[in-house]
Design a protein around this ligand. Structure first.
Ligand code: ATP
Length: 234
């Protein structure tokens, strides 16, 4: 049981009469990459916010690394999480290095590791260039470096590869595979399901707040880029 990093137990998040997340059960294991799929409004972002502790469940419980986080995260738990939002606020007049140093100070991680982190995401040679001059791929790599600060054991990625060039996309999946090998857990929301083939161990499909499917690519019949069974579920 202690290889279960994250457990959602009958989790519901209600806004007025609407259940953005409705009675969801989910367990994510160490070393697992899980894709979170579903149309706009399905409840994916609400799930991520619940796990991040930005909002609290209306009912049900969430356990992370063995600790109940339903009513808030301890600082120790927070340090073990990394998050890449769909849109990252990067100040254009700061350099890549200054940006990462800023986030490292916020998170309380050692600045000495930042150069290696910029190398890992392939932008060390541009560390002293202003972010305003970065391409979309470089900005997203910098945003990923921010999410990797402190070597998180749980990484949440919200649409990380949307609009990315092929080389950056490949780098993202390479890093995800490295994280998995180190025993970290990755939860990644995406519309590009076929892209997850060979990287995601499971796909969780959301619809109207409900979890409507949970299985590997083969079980969900994702073939040739056509998520046939998933399309039927949506
Ligand atoms: P997208 O891909 O567009 O981000 P999503 O799957 O992430 O969609 P959510 O953002 O989780 O969906 O929203 C699920 C439902 O909950 C939507 O109908 C949304 O309007 C509603 N919702 C989300 N946040 C709030 C809020 N703060 N107040 C009221 N309703 C909300």
């Amino acid at each position: 049981m202690n290889n279960q990093h994250l457990i959602l137990n009958n989790v519901t998040k209600q806004y007025g009469t609407q259940k953005a997340v409705n009675d969801v059960n989910l367990a994510l294991h160490a070393g697992e990459c899980v894709g979170l799929a579903g149309h706009n409004g399905a409840g994916k972002s609400t799930m991520m916010k619940l796990i991040l502790g930005l909002i609290r469940p209306s009912s049900g419980s969430i356990t992370l690394f063995g600790e109940d986080i339903s009513r808030g995260h301890s600082a120790a738990i927070r340090c073990q999480m990394g998050y890449l939002p769909e849109t990252v606020a990067l100040h254009p007049s700061l350099t890549g290095k200054e940006t990462l140093d800023f986030y490292a100070k916020l998170k309380g991680t050692d600045l000495a590791h930042n150069h290696a982190l910029l190398e890992r995401v392939g932008i060390a040679q541009s560390a002293h260039k202003r972010v305003g001059a970065y391409s979309k791929g470089m900005r997203q790599r910098l945003a990923l470096a921010q999410a990797l600060l402190g070597e998180p054991k749980l990484l949440l990625l919200d649409e990380p590869t949307t609009g990315l060039d092929p080389a950056s996309r490949q780098m993202f999946y390479q890093i995800i595979n490295e994280l998995k090998q180190r025993g970290a857990t990755v939860l990644l929301s995406t519309h590009a399901l076929a892209e997850l083939d060979g990287h995601a161990d499971r796909i969780v499909v959301m619809k109207n707040g409900h979890k409507v499917a949970d299985g590997n690519m083969h079980e969900l019949h994702i073939q040739s880029g056509l998520p046939t069974k998933i399309v039927a579920q949506l």
